[in-house]
Ligand binder design. Structure first.
Ligand code: ADP
Ligand code: MG
Length: 208
């Protein structure tokens, strides 16, 4: 496990940090981008696009469509905003399992806490903290599967000791996710006004 902490003093610097990271990423990497509204998550994805050889200007908040795909020099950058994902069906509708199974795209997820149970064990966590006007602290952590779990978390079936899965099948992964959405697991984010309203009007259409 390795953690890198960087300080950025401008959106351009955040993009440069992300672009440098992107050049070291293998296809199939999932990045979980954490940070409050306006922290710079989308800005970071713009830098990823630049580093991967995609058009950075095409990157915008995917708020109302959940995901955007960008063609890169080598493969695809998939940009997901999980903020509005409310059910396993929402996640299935963007082909999440296939996306992970194919392993040919770099996947960047904003508001990853919404789909915490569905994130792969092996991923890169990027945490962006707003320190001052234009100053951000960016923590980049490579998370790898730690101790192998002996049994599927959903049904208890024994797992291969050298595998890195927590579930025996995609079905069990989705069953566990369903439990998560039913509220059996906590959401690691304070409740916002928008959570109490339905539809985009609650946020006044603000970009994230
Ligand atoms: P998020 O996706 O986290 O909601 P955005 O990337 O959409 O955030 O917006 C970040 C905002 O903060 C932009 O308006 C950007 O210009 C501004 N900003 C100021 N300083 C920085 C910085 N150092 N890094 C990233 N964004 C910054
Ligand atoms: Mg955003």
């Amino acid at each position: 496990m390795s953690v890198e902490v960087r300080r950025s003093s401008s959106p351009e610097e955040t993009e440069r940090i992300a672009a440098a990271l992107a050049m070291r990423l293998a296809p199939g990497t999932v990045l979980a981008l954490d940070g409050d509204l306006g922290a710079g998550k989308t800005c970071f994805v713009r830098g990823l696009a630049r580093g991967l050889g995609a058009d950075p200007d095409a990157v915008s908040s995917p708020t109302f469509v959940i995901e955007h795909r960008h063609a890169c020099d080598a493969g695809t950058l998939v940009h997901i905003d999980a903020y509005r994902i409310r059910s396993a069906e929402d996640l299935a509708s963007i082909g999440w399992e296939d996306l992970l199974a194919a392993g040919d795209a770099v996947v960047a997820v904003e508001w990853p806490s919404r789909i915490a149970a569905a994130l792969p064990d092996s991923r890169i966590e990027v945490r962006i903290r707003h320190l001052a006007e234009d100053v951000r602290e960016i923590e980049i952590e490579r998370v790898r599967p730690g101790e192998r779990l002996a049994a599927c978390r959903a049904c208890g079936t024994a797992l291969a000791p050298d595998g890195d899965a927590r579930f025996c099948s995609a079905r069990c992964r989705m069953a566990d996710l369903g439990r998560w959405f039913r509220g059996d697991y906590a959401v690691g984010r304070p409740i916002e006004e928008d959570d109490l309203t339905d539809g985009p009007s609650g946020r006044g259409g603000a970009a994230r």
